[in-house]
Design a protein around this ligand. Structure first.
Ligand code: HEM
Length: 114
């Protein structure tokens, strides 16, 4: 079970890299459109996050359910903002920066909510 959890965590971190890295790389080009890395990152985060929420470790060591619900709500918001704009030539700066900001917020929730 621990091996499965570690694999899920590893893929979760790759999803984070795709979402944030894809977003920042796209932002600096000046053309604000949703790229494939962002789309796959958003999908991977929701799927691996749900997997990581399964009781795979010591019961004393499990993250608080409220933390998981908070992360799920933020990740679903990101997913909706990415998925339904994926075919647009460009999105507004506010929309694009909100995706990056919510990604950073979810990483902060992951790290600081203990
Ligand atoms: C954009 C979306 C997300 C980002 C950026 C993100 C970021 C992270 C990061 C950086 C870690 C590693 C933290 C550590 O191990 O100390 C992590 C772990 C984890 N994430 Fe996420 N995550 C996202 C979505 C989700 C979702 C949707 C869920 C589940 C509902 C989730 C559940 C977890 C769990 C259970 C862990 C294991 C470690 C722990 O919480 O203590 N994540 N996440």
């Amino acid at each position: 079970m621990e091996a499965l959890r570690l694999i899920l965590l590893y893929v979760h971190l790759i999803g984070f890299a795709l979402l944030l890295g894809g977003g920042i790389a796209q932002y600096v080009t000046g053309r604000l459109r949703i790229n494939a890395a962002m789309l796959w990152g958003a999908i991977i985060q929701v799927l691996t996050g749900l997997g990581l929420s399964a009781p795979l470790r010591d019961p004393d060591d499990e993250p608080a359910p409220a933390k998981l619900v908070t992360k799920l709500v933020i990740a679903l918001l990101i997913f909706v903002m990415v998925f339904f704009s994926r075919k647009r030539e460009s999105v507004s700066r506010g929309h694009f920066l909100a995706i990056i900001g919510l990604t950073l917020l979810n990483a902060a929730v992951a790290v600081f909510w203990r």
